[in-house]
Design a protein around this ligand. Structure first.
Ligand code: FE
Ligand code: FE
Ligand code: ZN
Length: 285
């Protein structure tokens, strides 16, 4: 069985616009990509260039891209105890979803946020309530919660926490999950010694049918460290064998798979070629 993943890609810079990004991904041999729609450490965004968005939409269709992923800014904290921070999160998320309406059929990924000193249940409820205000039956974007490392008071570091948000969302077909290999490893899910166990836990708690994207990153730190420091594939503590087992897994190999490792597009392209070579070597071995 062919288990070379179809839709490999990486996080790219949005600085030269939508179409340029698609062309850059294609030239690097990618069939998906991820990008920020605004300054990831602020709130500001340039006005949307509708013609450029339409040009990317056509380009992705022509070249057989899998769904692409817009990533919410890191400053977005939908479960902050501070009402102003929550309001800003709502504003940014609403604006990003309006932008994504120009790229129908794709994914929007966000971090559930940090609860600071709030009770966990209030934080989980705040994220679900925000989604219930913003998701609409006619939207064509699927909104993904990302699995988190559990650093500090981060929400979403366990599968049951993600389930507790998802089960309170009214429009179930508009939401899903993005699994970040560095984050789940750092959160204590052992992808090296027990991939099947991790996927069984995901399926039991959340449902594998909800999994719509993989962030493929190695981790600088040991399993359970809750640090969230990405490493180049094979240069961290997860290692190339385990990372390739993740993306070649029959339940995962058809998903969009996005690198967020600390390098540029040429570096990402080289890492993706190394992944394919590694899987081919395993298959013939
Ligand atoms: Fe992320
Ligand atoms: Fe990630
Ligand atoms: Zn991360």
């Amino acid at each position: 069985m062919d288990r070379i993943p179809y839709a490999l890609g990486a996080h790219l810079s949005f600085s030269k616009g939508f179409l340029h990004m698609g062309q850059e991904a294609k030239a690097a041999g990618m069939r998906t990509m991820q990008f920020f729609l605004r300054n990831p450490r602020g709130a500001g965004a340039k006005p949307l260039d509708e013609a450029d968005a339409a040009a990317l939409r056509d380009f992705l269709g022509e070249h057989g891209f899998a769904p692409v992923v817009a990533h919410a800014p890191y400053t977005l904290n939908p479960c902050s105890p501070d009402a102003r921070v929550r309001a800003l999160a709502e504003e940014m998320l609403a604006d990003d979803l309006r932008r994504m309406a120009h790229l129908p059929g794709n994914l929007y990924n966000f971090h559930p946020g940090s609860r600071i000193k709030q009770p966990l249940d209030d934080a989980l409820g705040a994220v679900a309530a925000l989604l219930n205000r913003l998701l609409t039956p006619d939207m064509e974007t699927t909104v993904l919660l990302e699995t988190m490392a559990g650093k500090g008071s981060e929400v979403g570091g366990t599968f049951p926490e993600l389930r507790a948000i998802l089960e309170r969302v009214e429009l179930q077909d508009k939401v899903g999950v993005c699994l970040d290999t560095c984050h789940v490893w750092d959160a204590g899910y052992d992808l090296v010694r027990d991939l099947d166990g991790v996927l069984e836990a995901f399926d039991r708690e959340i449902g594998l049918s909800r999994l719509q994207c993989i962030h493929l990153n190695d981790s600088l730190n040991p399993c359970g460290s809750r640090k969230d420091r990405h490493a180049l594939l094979g240069a961290g503590q997860i290692g190339m064998d385990a990372l390739c087992r993740v993306v070649a897994h029959p339940a995962l190999c058809a998903l969009p798979i996005v690198l967020e490792t600390p390098t540029d597009t040429a570096g990402h392209a080289a890492e993706l070629r190394a992944v394919i070579r590694h899987i081919q070597k395993e298959e013939t071995a």
